[in-house]
Design a protein around this ligand. Structure first.
Ligand code: NAD
Length: 431
């Protein structure tokens, strides 16, 4: 796997230094958090349907496991590189600490465009990856999950392969599985729902009336759609959404269920305004993704990819609140400019933590062999998101810092306390 694009990892860990000022932890804990615990790179030979052999490059990073087994998704993408996987594993470490679940952070990736593979090739690749990393992962060491271009079926294959290798049924080795294979109810909408619970708390602080609040969402996939659905149900005005091909805008707000129906029927948002009956039901203007980010709305929700708000476009961002469902959508330079402009950014490590929280619930249910109704999953998720949003908000107000720095401070305090519990230089100097 390539080592190019070193900046994304370096940019990611820059945020630690800032939070360190407020976290009151031992400097050794900070030093430890600047490096991944283990990086494992593998080659995966796959027999293709035409009889030829292709060798794919993959990696799994276990970033820090002081608070528990490492946890994080597996990304299939042609451009994934080791620095990106390290950054994502670092973010997972902080995210699990922010919401107080007993995990460290990890991440994996394979350099592949899955759209170019047949389903059988994809299955052989996924099982092949598990054959290579089976001794590196496990329910008590490192627990993968889906990420970009991986899904529940792939998790099912991976769990099955791991169980065959270990010769025992091991559902807790992986989360995001299909429900019949031990997946949790409520996992499908957990990320969007977690972000929605954050907005509900902000609504109280700002005394918002939802019908007066406009929202633009970049990325109308799993997380973006569920977030839009829940917000729309509460009366928020979803005025713009986009996918990789472009976006649509309607100043009076969309009927979100129609949008979701059209997107899922046709796979593209464009069909919403140009095809038959749906076209009449949902009038809209076309906009580009760049235009969507710069709309004059109350809440902007990046829910697609990394590095969308940069030094180049940050001065044109008009929204007063940003809710980062995507991982790393704002560069650290852009982040400082947003903070100086008085904008509130609900950072990714808090806003999208609903996904890993319900993954944790799935792992707990797998280990207990006892499964919860969906209402219980929602209620437990709401309790955690509400509690941790409140804690981060209080740190932000206490120190008059950005919500991102507050979230990192909250995470760093928890991780730092765990590292210090194993002994610091002060303790050993006295011994
Ligand atoms: P997804 O693949 O279901 O959807 C991604 C959406 O983004 C699609 O609509 C796609 O068309 C769109 N998109 C891709 N490139 C784009 C571009 N350049 N501009 C605009 N739109 C673009 O993915 P998802 O699961 O919804 O994840 C979205 C983001 O949320 C990712 O950054 C992911 O890492 C993050 N996230 C997801 C989860 C989860 O549980 N699904 C959890 C935590 C974080």
């Amino acid at each position: 796997m390539s080592e190019s694009n070193g900046s994304i990892f370096e940019d990611a860990i820059k945020r630690l230094d800032k939070a360190f000022e407020y976290a009151n932890i031992d400097p050794e804990a900070l030093e430890k958090l600047k490096y991944p615990k283990a990086v494992f790179q593998v080659s995966i030979p796959v027999r293709m349907d035409d009889g030829s052999l292709r060798v794919f490059q993959g990696a799994r990073v276990r970033y820090n496991d002081t608070r528990g087994p490492t946890k994080g998704g597996i990304r299939y993408h042609p451009d994934v590189n080791i620095e990106e996987v390290k950054a994502l594993a670092f973010w997972m470490t902080c995210k699990c600490a922010v919401v107080g679940i007993p995990y460290g952070g990890g991440k994996g990736g394979i350099v592949v465009n899955p759209k170019e593979l047949s389903k059988l090739e994809l299955e052989r690749l996924s099982r092949g990856f598990i054959q290579q990393i089976a001794d590196f992962i496990g329910p008590e060491t490192d627990i993968p999950a889906p990420d970009v271009y991986t899904n529940a079926m792939i998790m099912g294959w991976m769990m099955d392969e791991y169980s065959k290798i270990k010769r025992q049924h091991t559902p807790a080795v992986i989360t995001g599985k299909p429900i019949p294979l031990g997946g949790s109810l409520g996992r499908d909408d957990a990320t969007g729902r977690g972000a929605y619970y954050c907005i509900k708390q902000l609504e109280k602080h700002r005394q918002w009336k939802p019908s007066e609040i406009t929202v633009a969402i970049q990325g109308f996939g799993n997380a973006g759609q569920h977030f839009a659905r829940l917000m729309h149900k509460d009366g928020y005005k979803i005025v713009a959404v986009s996918d990789s091909r472009g976006g649509i805008y309607n100043a009076t707000g969309f009927d979100v269920p129609s949008l979701i129906h059209a997107k899922n029927e046709t796979r593209q948002l464009k069909a919403v305004y140009c095809e038959g009956s749906v076209c009449e039901a949902v009038p809209a203007d076309t906009i580009t993704n760049a235009e969507l980010l710069e709309l004059d709305v109350d809440i902007l929700v990046p829910a697609a990819m990394e590095n969308q708000i940069t030094e180049e476009n940050v001065s044109r961002i008009k929204a007063g609140v940003l809710c980062e469902i995507a991982n790393g959508p704002t560069t650290s330079t852009a982040d400082e400019i947003l903070a100086a402009a008085g904008k509130l950014v609900i950072p990714d490590i808090l806003a999208n933590a609903g996904g890993v929280t319900v993954s944790y619930f799935e792992w707990v249910q797998n280990k207990a062999g006892y499964y919860w109704p969906v209402e219980e999953v929602h209620q437990k998720l709401e309790t955690i998101m509400t509690r941790e949003f409140g804690a981060v908000y209080a740190i932000m107000e206490q120190h008059k810092i950005s919500m991102r720095t507050a979230a990192y401070t909250h995470a760093l305090t928890r991780i730092g306390e765990a590292i210090a519990s194993q002994g610091t230089s002060t303790y050993f100097a006295k011994a």
